[in-house]
Design a protein around this ligand. Structure first.
Ligand SMILES: Nc1ncnc2c1ncn2[C@@H]1O[C@H](COP(=O)(O)OP(=O)(O)OP(=O)(O)O)[C@@H](O)[C@H]1O
Ligand SMILES: [Mg+2]
Length: 363
């Protein structure tokens, strides 16, 4: 006997009591997909009498935009005797459409013959709304990170310019003045000790000039703006080799697609972080950087022959450097992959496509 709200069997009554007490909406259908039972939560939710919903009357409360797809999925699953899960909007008693997830499964009678379906339905509107809010705040966070990144990058560029142009030129002028003063003082027969001190001041200015140049370059490599991404990476590689003694080759066709300045900077910063990681963690003796480009995209691969990483290290959520590389790549619509195995070195690969960056341009 089919349990239904009008069933008089003991099993049916027990089922109806249980179903009415359940915290979800429950329905049953016969072998012809006609609904024959709705529990109290379903009837309370829809606010329509059982007689109006029995058979296929229930689907009048399905949102008109969802009805065709809902019925199609429902009847197709019925036809194939498959379990199904459908998401649709169902009109509540107050007239508001709520998103529900409706799961149905085929059932058999006591004789083992297919007897129809039983299903349970849950209101997931609140869940959907909080998912949407979460997605929105994630995207706000991303936009904020992009703006912060952009502001930081232009700040760096302007500090680099000030350092180079203002401080650098003042030091040069000071050095020239001092250098011109020395012969004058010599002519006047000034104490040679004082002259020595002046010469040593000139040496100090030389050192300060070198520091200013280094600082300005590390803030914003001039090559990035004047010579382009490939040249800036080559200079970075040469400086790394000089500093650390690690062999560092740049190979590939070295062509770079028309990336916008935001993309160019992001790719360069990814390369810098990858190289810093090799120096700090890999204990490598050689690095190969391949730069290959077409008109549409640029690929940069940094491969080292060092100790490598395991999967846990690569997925570590506290690895800010690795996360930062991924985040930068995402911001400019690039793909980033890190391939590594313990003892087998590491490859960091970034591929950026022209026109894929959608953030405002920066210096
Ligand atoms: N090329 C590499 N070879 C071997 N291990 C690496 C390499 N790159 C990263 N790692 C490992 O992955 C970890 C995480 O790297 P990540 O750049 O996120 O952090 P970090 O370099 O330790 O610190 P940070 O970059 O924040 O200054 C490193 O601590 C290191 O153990
Ligand atoms: Mg790092």
């Amino acid at each position: 006997m089919l349990p239904s709200s009008s069933s008089s069997s003991l099993d049916g009554d027990l089922f109806a009591v249980m179903a009415d007490a359940a915290p979800v909406m429950i329905w049953m259908a016969d072998a012809d997909a006609r609904r024959t039972f709705f529990n109290k939560p379903w009837l309370d939710f829809t606010g329509r009498p059982f007689a109006d919903q029995v058979g296929s009357g229930w689907n009048e409360a399905v949102h008109p935009l969802d009805r065709a797809a809902c019925m199609d999925a429902y009847l197709t699953a019925f036809h194939d005797r498959r379990s199904f899960e459908i998401e649709y909007r169902l009109r509540r008693v107050d007239g508001v459409f709520r998103w529900v997830i409706d799961r149905g499964a085929p059932r058999t009678g006591a004789d083992g013959v297919f007897a129809g379906y039983i299903g349970a339905c849950v209101d997931v509107t609140a869940l959907k709304q909080s998912e949407a809010r979460l997605r929105e705040s994630e995207s706000q966070l991303r936009r904020l990170a992009a703006r912060f990144e952009s502001a930081q990058e232009s700040e760096r560029a302007s500090v680099a310019r000030e350092l180079h142009d203002e401080l650098g030129q003042s030091l040069t002028a000071l050095k020239l003045e001092l250098a011109r003063t020395v012969p004058d003082l010599l002519k006047q027969g000034i104490d040679p000790g004082a002259i020595d001190r002046l010469q040593s001041m000139i040496g100090i200015i030389d050192t300060a000039q070198e520091t200013v140049r280094r600082l300005a370059t590390s803030l914003r490599p001039p090559a990035l703006d004047h010579l382009g991404l490939a040249a800036a990476i080559e200079l970075e590689a040469a400086a790394l080799a000089r500093r650390t003694g690690i062999r560092c080759r740049v190979v590939g066709n070295r062509r770079v697609a028309k990336l916008d300045p935001v993309q160019t900077t992001a790719v360069f910063r990814i390369v810098q972080e990858a190289l810093t990681n090799v120096v700090r963690h890999a204990n490598a003796s050689a690095i190969t950087i391949s730069i290959n480009g077409t008109a549409a995209s640029t690929s940069v691969k940094i491969r080292d022959n060092g100790r490598g990483m395991n999967a846990d290290q690569m997925a570590d959520p506290t690895a800010i450097g690795l996360l930062g590389m991924r985040e930068r790549a995402e911001l400019i619509g690039a793909t980033l992959s890190i391939t590594s195995n313990p003892g087998k070195g590491t490859i960091v690969s970034v591929v950026a496509s022209a026109g894929a960056g959608d953030e405002p341009q920066r210096t």
